[in-house]
Design a protein around this ligand. Structure first.
Ligand code: SF4
Length: 82
């Protein structure tokens, strides 16, 4: 059975947003804030799968609030940061 990731999002004017802050998109793309500000606005799935890595040092450098640096502790289920 394919893994279905639950994505919570507060961008409620997105076409994929649904009540309960749930994202209904099949796929999302997360990049560093620095990379996000460079654009472009739209990236295809094929392009997304071949983008260069955008490592960050802290959670604050990405909009993903589940970010945890690799090698730090165990994988904490459902870790979110404000
Ligand atoms: S695609 Fe999903 S995660 Fe991205 S802004 Fe829309 S609802 Fe939020």
């Amino acid at each position: 059975m394919p893994h279905r990731l639950e994505v919570y999002c507060t961008v409620n004017n997105c076409r994929y947003w649904e009540q309960g802050n749930r994202c209904q998109a099949d796929r999302i793309l997360v990049v560093s804030d620095a990379r996000a500000s460079e654009g472009p606005e739209s990236i295809s799935s094929l392009e997304a799968s071949t983008l260069d890595a955008t490592p960050t040092g802290t959670c604050a450098e990405t909009c993903c609030r589940t970010f945890t640096p690799a090698g730090v502790g165990g994988r904490e289920e459902g870790a979110y940061r404000a």
